[in-house]
Design a protein around this ligand. Sequence first.
Ligand SMILES: NC(=O)c1ccc[n+]([C@@H]2O[C@H](COP(=O)([O-])OP(=O)(O)OC[C@H]3O[C@@H](n4cnc5c(N)ncnc54)[C@H](OP(=O)(O)O)[C@@H]3O)[C@@H](O)[C@H]2O)c1
Length: 289
Amino acid sequence: MEFMKLNNGVEIPMLGFGVFQIAPENTKSAVDQAIRAGYRLIDTAQAYGNEAQVGEAVANSGIPREKFFLVTKIWITNAGYEKAKASIERSLKRLQTDYIDLMLIHQPFGDNYGTYRAMEDACKEGKLRAIGLSNFFTDRYLDISNFMEIKPAVDQMEVHVFDQQTELRGAAEKYNTKLMAWSCLAQGRNGLFTDPILTKIGKKYGKTPAQVNLRFLTQSGVVAIPRSTNAQRVKENIDIFDFALSTDDIEEIKKMDLDKSQFVVHQSREFVESMLDGANQLMASGMEI
Ligand SMILES: NC(=O)c1ccc[n+]([C@@H]2O[C@H](COP(=O)([O-])OP(=O)(O)OC[C@H]3O[C@@H](n4cnc5c(N)ncnc54)[C@H](OP(=O)(O)O)[C@@H]3O)[C@@H](O)[C@H]2O)c1
């Protein structure tokens, strides 16, 4: 495993395991499998509904807590100082830990400033080792970073060969914020797993297109958190630290950038309204996450 230092000196593994869309009843076994394969960073979220199962897998792994790097995210319905503060306590409890390595604001909606202040205070109390953002594009990233005391350590964004986030990467240098890549395999969209350029480059190193894509990210300082529930692919995705892409490979992959999400247009009315409608329904139901 390779590591890098965040802007507060905390060390983060360059590769982790994501548990988005893994049903709670399948999460413990999926995380157990990832831990056996050598993953120590686990990325979950309040909204995934599986923090407790991640906590169970880590607590029962027989591996000391300090060897893990746990990442979770505050959902929109918990936005605002008091609600966010209470939700951090719930996440700590579900994860069976007295500190979280990295906590992020999941989406840039609601009272983010209040949420961020709650994370800053929890950071000062030692409950969070690092704090940051997710889905904050350049405008929102620069805005919140400018006004907050603790600068975001991480912005977790969709990043893969087809959406390389070049503009945000440049902006993030201002506060030495690191990018973490969600859907770092683009969930296979746009033919990533059989892409001819990635296949050609991979052949030189005996690696698959998925591995070349993940190596491209980590080699350029982006943390990747692929998800798989398949034992062989779980191993494949972490087996990327025994080769290095050449400068020519990197230049060729840079040309694959379409500068476009493979999933949603984040600033579109449709996407924003779907996020807000979902949050409103959840709040109306009285369900606390
Ligand atoms: N912050 C956010 O808003 C946000 C949004 C989305 C995701 N995330 C985080 O990012 C993590 C990763 O993103 P993701 O879960 O959307 O998807 P992903 O990691 O891009 O792709 C996962 C899919 O690819 C398949 N796969 C995995 N490795 C493969 C390989 N080597 N070859 C072929 N197929 C492979 C998996 O199927 P099998 O299981 O069958 O292998 C699964 O269907 C999430 O789990 C979550 O932690 C965060």
